[in-house]
Design a binder for this molecule. Structure first.
Ligand code: UT7
Length: 335
C-alpha cells in the first residue's frame, strides 16, 4: 500500500486588485460592512478582455507546482480539476489543462464540488495513488468568479465575497506510510442544494428560454446564497469533519501544526479556531487579500503558508472545507 504526498505546489492570482472601496462605487456597500462581516479587504479580479480563464490560471499554478515537484509535465499520470466556473459548459477544465500544458493523452477528471472541490479532488487523487494506479497526479482548483457576479446592489450579499485565482498541487507516491495524506473525509447533504446555487443555464432553464423570457428580474444565472443558513451549517459541519479526521488518526487538536480552512469567511475560520482552541500560529488565513476563491482557496492558502516557512517537515496539516451542495470534507496530512 502506498501513500500520496504533496511534492509541489503553486498558485496564481490576477494582478488586478479590487478593494472594498472599489466595490462601493459599483453597488450600495461599504468597506466597514465587508470587513466586519467577512474579514475581506480586497480580492483579485481578472481584467476584462485579458483572456484569462479558470483553465489558464490553473495552468500557470500547475506549471509552478510541477517544477517544484522536480518533475516535468510528462511525469504527470492524471489530472483532477476542481472548479465551479469552467471555461465552457462542457468539456471541463481538466482537458484544457492537458492541452495548454501540452501533456501526453493522460486522463483528466473535473470535480464539481464548489468550495469543497479541492478537498474532494485531493481525495480522488489520493485514492488513485494509494491503489498503485498512478504515481503523480496533478490536482488543480481554479475559479473565475468575477465574470459571473451580479455587480449591482441586488447581488451585493454574494458578489463582495468572491475572488478569482488558482492553485495546484502535485500528489506523488510515497512508500513511507507515516507521511503524506493520512485520511480524507467527504460528506454531502443535497437537500440544501438550493441554499447556495447558480440555477441556470441548465437543461431545465436553458439559454433560449432565458432569452425568450427576457425577464429583467431573472436572477437564476447569478449565484444565490442564503448566507446566514450557510454560515450556521458551515460552523457545525467544519467542526464535525475536522473531529472525524482527528479521531480517525487518534490525534488531538493540540497536535495540529497547521490548519488551513477553506477561506469562506474570516468569522467562520475564527469560530473554528476558538472551538478547537488553536493558537494563531496553528491557523492560516488569507481571505483578507483574496476573498473567497472557492475551489482554489485552500491550495492558495496552503502554498502561501508553505512559502512563508509556516509548514515544516513532519508537521500535521489539516485542511477542511464546506460549501455549496451542501458538501464538506477534510484532509489530514503528515508533511
Ligand atoms: O464558501 C462557501 C460557503 N459560504 C459561506 O460559508 C458563507 C456563509 N455566510 C456568510 O459568510 C455571511 O452570511 C455573509 C457574509 C454572506 C453575510 O453576512 P451576514 O452577517 O449573515 O449578513 P446578512 O446576510 O444577514 O445581512 C445583514 C444586512 C442585511 O440588511 P438588513 O436586512 O439587516 O437591513 C443585508 O441586506 O446586511 C445587508 N447586506 C449588505 N450591506 C452592505 C448584505 N450584503 C451587504 C453588502 N454591503 N455587501
Amino acid at each position: 500500500m502506498y501513500n500520496s504526498k504533496i511534492t509541489g505546489m503553486g498558485y496564481f492570482v490576477p494582478d488586478n486588485v479590487v478593494t472594498n472601496d472599489d466595490l462601493s462605487k459599483m453597488m450600495d456597500t461599504n468597506d466597514a460592512w465587508i470587513q466586519e462581516r467577512t474579514g475581506i479587504k480586497e480580492r483579485r479580479w481578472i481584467e476584462k478582455g485579458s483572456g484569462e480563464t479558470s483553465s489558464s490560471m490553473g495552468a500557470k499554478a500547475a506549471k509552478i507546482a510541477i517544477e517544484r515537484a522536480g518533475l516535468t509535465k510528462d511525469d504527470i499520470d492524471f489530472i483532477v480539476f476542481a472548479t465551479l466556473s469552467p471555461d465552457m459548459y462542457f468539456p471541463g477544465c481538466g482537458v484544457q489543462i492537458q492541452e495548454i500544458l501540452d501533456m501526453p493523452t493522460i486522463g483528466a477528471l473535473d470535480v464539481r464540488n464548489q468550495c469543497s472541490g479541492f478537498v474532494y479532488a485531493m481525495s480522488v487523487a489520493d485514492q488513485f495513488i494509494k491503489t498503485g494506479m498512478y504515481k503523480n497526479v496533478l490536482v488543480i482548483g481554479s475559479e473565475y468568479h468575477s465574470g459571473g457576479l451580479d455587480l449591482t446592489t441586488r447581488g451585493r450579499g454574494v458578489s463582495v465575497i468572491f475572488g478569482d485565482g488558482a492553485g495546484a498541487a502535485v500528489l506523488s507516491r510515497t512508500e513511507d506510510n507515516n507521511k503524506g495524506i493520512l485520511s480524507t473525509h467527504l460528506h454531502s447533504e443535497g437537500k440544501h442544494a438550493r441554499e447556495l446555487v447558480v440555477e441556470a443555464p441548465s437543461i431545465a432553464h436553458w439559454v433560449p428560454q432565458i432569452l425568450e423570457e427576457n425577464d429583467p428580474n431573472d436572477e437564476s444565472y447569478y449565484p444565490y446564497m442564503n448566507g446566514t443558513f450557510v454560515f450556521k451549517n458551515a460552523v457545525v459541519r467544519f467542526s464535525e469533519v475536522i473531529m472525524e479526521g482527528l479521531v480517525k488518526n487518534s490525534i488531538l487538536p493540540t497536535d495540529i501544526d497547521m490548519f488551513i480552512p477553506h477561506q469562506a469567511n474570516l468569522r467562520i475560520s475564527q469560530f473554528i479556531q476558538k472551538k478547537f482552541q488553536l493558537r494563531d500560529d496553528q491557523v492560516y488565513n488569507n481571505i483578507m487579500k483574496y476573498g473567497n476563491t472557492t475551489a482554489a482557496s485552500i491550495i492558495i492558502a496552503l502554498t502561501e503558508a508553505w512559502e512563508k516557512g509556516k509548514i515544516k517537515d513532519n508537521d500535521l496539516v489539516v485542511l477542511a472545507a464546506f460549501g455549496s451542495g451542501f458538501t464538506w470534507g477534510s484532509v489530514i496530512m503528515r508533511w
